[in-house]
Design a protein around this ligand. Structure first.
Ligand code: CUA
Length: 224
């Protein structure tokens, strides 16, 4: 989860989030190089001594400053496309979790296991224990096995919600009348916090998501 003064991305807990962080750093590096170059050129305009006042055309430089940015954009576009398709890939999931957004809580269904279903409400601040996280903890956590492919189906019952877990690189809209799908793989045990990220009404800020990632045998114990 995010803690005080954490301005960057959270540590990844899934291979897809790791790739997203790599891509972010890659794109940021290109952005910095372009900003420095353009900044330098703009700064140097102040010291123009008009040596090229009668210059009317320059075929070569026009060619270079048209093609070069196009090539640089390719270096962002191709890894971006790769990541887009990686995020969309469903890789033989061993567990499917269905998540339904309501105003203002999430409900979950484990369709593979006798259709276990439960609601997950945020714990109000006045009921919080000392080890609880304010506006982030819920009464019923999602329990999922680590080191397994997990499919998540997201929908909503009233308005659009968004099921978002930053550490896992998952962000899927729950739309009434539609069923959205994505998948993830948690590579360590622990608690992973998320929040709804579609502005869904007055209590939008108060429908967090908590995943409890446990070893597979613990998960089997929990589910049975
Ligand atoms: Cu549900 Cu915002």
């Amino acid at each position: 989860m995010s803690t005080w003064a954490n301005l960057g991305l959270q540590d990844s807990a899934s291979p897809l989030m790791e790739q997203l962080i790599f891509f972010h750093d890659h794109a940021l590096l290109i952005l910095v190089m372009i900003t420095v170059l353009v900044g330098y050129l703009m700064f140097m305009l102040f010291f123009n001594n008009y040596v090229n006042r009668f210059l009317l055309h320059g075929q070569l430089i026009e060619m270079i400053w048209t093609i070069l940015p196009a090539i640089i954009l390719l270096f962002i576009a191709l890894p971006s496309l790769r990541l887009l398709y990686l995020l969309d890939e469903i890789n033989e999931p061993s567990v499917t979790l269905k998540s339904i957004g309501h105003q203002w809580y999430w409900s979950y269904e484990y369709s593979d296991f006798n259709n276990i279903e439960f609601d997950s409400y945020m714990i109000p601040t006045n009921e919080l224990t000392n080890d609880g996280f304010r506006l982030l903890d819920v009464d019923n956590r999602i329990v999922l096995p680590m080191n397994s492919q997990i499919r998540i189906l997201v929908t909503a019952a009233d308005v659009i919600h968004s099921w978002t877990i930053p550490a896992l690189g998952v962000k899927v809209d729950g739309t009434p009348g539609r069923l959205n799908q994505t998948n993830f793989f948690i590579n360590r045990p622990g608690l992973f916090y998320g929040q709804c990220s579609e502005i869904c009404g007055a209590n939008h800020s108060f429908m967090p998501i908590v995943i409890e990632s446990v070893p597979v045998n613990y998960f089997i114990k929990w589910i049975s």
